[in-house]
Structures are given as C-alpha cells and as structure tokens.
Design a protein around this ligand. Structure first.
Ligand code: TYD
Ligand code: MG
Length: 454
C-alpha cells in the first residue's frame, strides 16, 4: 500500500499511478515507476486565495495581429531555426546527446547576443564557473558581457533572476535543477517538471527568453517527462554523427516559426563555426563516382542540400541477410528493397545491404527514395551513375516514381555545383540541366543498368 500522499510516477512518460507495478500502464516501459510524494492529489486545485478571480475576458478574431518581437542573437543559423530570432518571453528546450555541443552552442549564442547589447545570463548546473569561463575564452568570447553562475537550486536561481533584468537566460541543464518544494531527487520526473514549470512561468511573467538544455536518453527522447515538451514554446534537437565535425540544429516544435528549418555548424577548435551554404558540404566531390553512389538533390528547410547516398550490396555469408542503414529510415529502406524486388525483379533476399548517407546528415524527405533505389541498383548491377548526375523522386508501393516539391530549387542548386543531368520523375530540359524522366522505378533501374541516359 502506498504511504499517505505517495504516488508512483513513470520516469519515462510521466504517468502517475497509485500502486507500484513492474510495467507502466501509460507507456508500457518496464521498471520506470518511482515512488514520489505529492503534496496535493494530482489535478486538484489549491483553494482560491481571495475573491480576486474575475473570470475570463473574451476577445475577437478580427483584432490586429502583430508579429512577435525577436531578439537576433547574431548566430544566424540559430536565429533561423528560431524563426528569425528568439522571441522574448518564450521558452526553448534544446535536446541532444552528451558531448554533441549543446553547452558550446548556447555559450556562443549568449556571448554573441551579449556583445550586441542583449542582457544574457548563463547558469550551469553541470560545470563550475571556471570551466564555463575557460570554454568561453577558448572560443574567443572572453570579452562578451555574459553573466555566469553555477547553481542547481531553483529557489536561488529564481531569486537571482528576479533581482536583475535579463533578456536571455540559459539553463544548462534542466535535469540538474531541483526545487526544495519537492522531495524527489534531482533528475526525477517531478523535479524536472517542477523546475521547467517555474522557469517557463518566469519567462512569461518577466518577458525573458529562457533556453533549457535537456539531456537525451539512449532512445533519443528528451529525458524526463514529455510534459516538458508541451510546456515550452519550441523544442530543438542538436544532432551530429560521431566522427564528423558537422552539427545540425533542427526544430521539432516551434510556436513561433517553421519546424523544417535546419541550422548547420561545424565543430572546430574555437567552438562552432556557422555553415552558411551547406549545399555542397555533404558531397564527396573528389574522384570518380563509384558504383553504389547516387547524389540526392534534397531540400532541408528552405535550403537545397546535395548529399551522396552510398550503397553496398554483397552476397550474404549467413542465413539471415544484414540490413544496415545510417542517416536514413530503416523502414523506408525495407520498402524500397521490397519495391525493387516486386516491381523491378531485383532481388536482395540472399544479399547483405548497407546504405549510408555521407557526411553524417539525416535525410527524412520521401523525395530521397529514388536516390536510395538508384544507389542500391547501381551497386547490385555494378554500374556507376554518371559523375554529373543527381537523383530525386518519391517511390510508391506500386513502383511509380512520383513528382517532388520544389524541383526548381533542386535543379538550380545542382546546376550551380556543376551537375548537368538528373534522374527524376519526368523528362524536363532546363537551360542548366537535363532531367531524364522515369515514370516507373523499373524504367529508372533499366537506364542505370544499361547506362542509357537518353
Ligand atoms: P559540449 O558543448 O560540452 O557538449 P554538451 O554540452 O552537448 O554535452 O561539447 C563537448 C564537445 O565539443 C567535446 O567533445 C569537445 C568539443 N569541443 C570542440 O571540439 N571545440 C570547442 O571549441 C569546444 C568548446 C568543444
Ligand atoms: Mg554540456
């Protein structure tokens, strides 16, 4: 039986149960329920303090709408993902693997913004002030008027932020913060939720933009309750493949901007350098294009990005053939393999398949289907694609190649980078580039196999 006021909170999804059990009824995760005391039953409201409650005042839809004010931090790639700068009074959650560069990015944002006259505070719950200062100096930000503090007590932080007026506050990280109003340990769902709640309230009440760093679990979710994601105005993910210097800032939720924008950075000795024109960054331009390689003309956010899909198809040594994919969805790979087999007679049942997106970028556009299929077929048939050819098109289960959005931008960028032809959904001759169309995947594969480019 639970003690008085004790409840069991799932550390994965935040579901509250009155009895302990091995499996969470909310999300099905095992061994995630932890006992936490609750001062009030869940959902209960505190009694009204006075008769000051006046009830709602309603407004109409026709009133003038002003775009939100924005603070340009000076880190353009960051501002772009925000939707044109940070909105005062908004709360942003920045998630990412340990070591990917979250602290580095936010110090850079705070430092650059402070230099432009934005009042910035950087509060670290993970590192000592000397460490944070040392990093900032190495990054050449020693002169930036950022106010530093190392603190984990929410009460101290809120008190400190009340005394001084800031425009932008970085909290690194939300999992290290604890409130003495709750008994649960730091990092528990209750603490993370309470700390995030208080900080978001502060943001709204005082018009301060608050950026919270959130750790990511092995599965890639931001550790702690999903409710934190609902509390904040924007959720960004900072991504990067181990061994590559490139880092991508991606919006997962944004109440003040589009979520398909990306910011591209390169990690170096002096912090993160912004990559203003990433279109050729992920492209292997040296040497001949080998069999198994296809260049995809993609769009990330508002910008075209060219990236190489690399496939290797090899006889399988074991009973169950391997399928390994980096930078693309494995479900999508299975679909493309099935369509190649069923509609084009290209079987992979007894062969290992490896598919890799070069440079550490993650592609999620359906328009990449044809590039992946072309790389796979090119490897299977041992026939290289022309050096100056890009590929794009969505593939349907029936084996059709479907048109894709923003073909103009894709073609223009490819032409700018020296490509002269494309394999796509339909024949198009532009001044810059010639698109060889294939209405069906089988036709595209035949062209690749026979090196027939019209
Ligand atoms: P950090 O920002 O501490 O990561 P996070 O806060 O996401 O855990 O970055 C850590 C990594 O970045 C570390 O492996 C070292 C590297 N780094 C550089 O390569 N150059 C730099 O100038 C800095 C500051 C860090
Ligand atoms: Mg850090």
């Amino acid at each position: 039986m639970a003690r008085d006021g004790a409840v069991y909170v799932c550390q994965s999804c935040g579901a509250v149960q009155t009895k302990w059990s091995g499996q969470c009824a909310g999300c099905g995760a095992w061994n995630t329920l932890v006992e936490e005391t609750q001062s009030r039953p869940p959902g209960a409201m505190a009694p009204a303090k006075s008769a000051r409650t006046r009830g709602l005042a309603f407004e109409g839809l026709q009133d003038e709408v002003l775009p939100p004010a924005r603070i340009a931090t000076g880190v353009d790639e960051f501002d772009r993902v925000c939707g044109g700068g940070v909105v005062p009074g908004s709360a942003i959650l920045l998630g990412g693997d340990p070591g990917v560069g979250k602290s580095t990015l936010l110090m850079q944002v705070a430092g650059q913004a402070a230099r432009r006259g934005v009042a910035c505070a950087y509060i670290s719950g993970e590192e000592a002030v000397e460490q944070v200062r040392g990093r900032a100096q190495r990054m050449g930000l020693g002169d930036a008027p950022v106010k530093l503090a190392a603190e984990t007590s929410l009460r101290e932080i809120l008190e400190g932020l009340k005394r001084e007026k800031f425009d932008l506050v970085v909290i690194d990280s939300i999992q290290t913060m604890w409130s003495d109003a709750h008994e649960a340990g730091p990092g528990s769902v209750t603490q993370v939720r309470a700390a995030a709640g208080e900080l978001v309230r502060l943001a709204k009440k005082r018009g301060v933009a608050v950026i919270l760093v959130g750790h990511v679990t092995k599965e890639g979710a931001i550790a702690g309750p999903r409710v934190v994601e609902h509390m904040v105005d924007a959720v960004f993910a900072f991504e990067g493949e181990r061994g590559y210097p490139f880092r991508i800032l991606r919006g997962a939720k944004n109440r003040f901007g589009a979520t398909d924008e990306i910011g591209v950075f390169e990690m170096g000795d002096a912090g993160l350098a912004e990559v203003k024109n990433p279109s050729a960054l992920f492209l292997n331009t040296s040497g001949e294009r080998a069999a198994g390689a296809a260049v995809f003309a993609g769009i990330e956010g508002s910008r075209p990005v060219l990236v190489e899909f690399q496939a290797l198809v090899a006889p399988s040594a074991y009973g169950t053939p391997r399928r390994a994919v980096v930078g693309w969805d494995s479900g999508r790979l299975a679909m493309v393999l099935a369509v190649l087999e069923a509609r084009c007679g290209l079987g992979f049942g007894d062969r290992d398949v490896y598919l890799n997106v070069a440079g550490g970028l993650r592609i999620s556009e359906p328009a990449a289907d044809l590039a992946a299929a072309a790389a796979l077929a090119s490897s299977a048939l041992d026939q290289a694609l022309p050096q100056d050819c890009v590929v794009f098109g969505e593939i349907s289960l029936s084996g059709e190649v479907r048109p894709v959005s923003r073909m103009d931008s894709r073609v223009k960028e490819a032409a700018k980078l020296g490509f002269r032809r494309a394999l796509g959904p339909a024949d198009v001759d532009t001044a810059a580039l010639r698109i060889t169309g294939a209405a069906r995947l089988s036709e595209a594969i035949r062209r690749i196999g026979e090196a027939d480019w019209g």
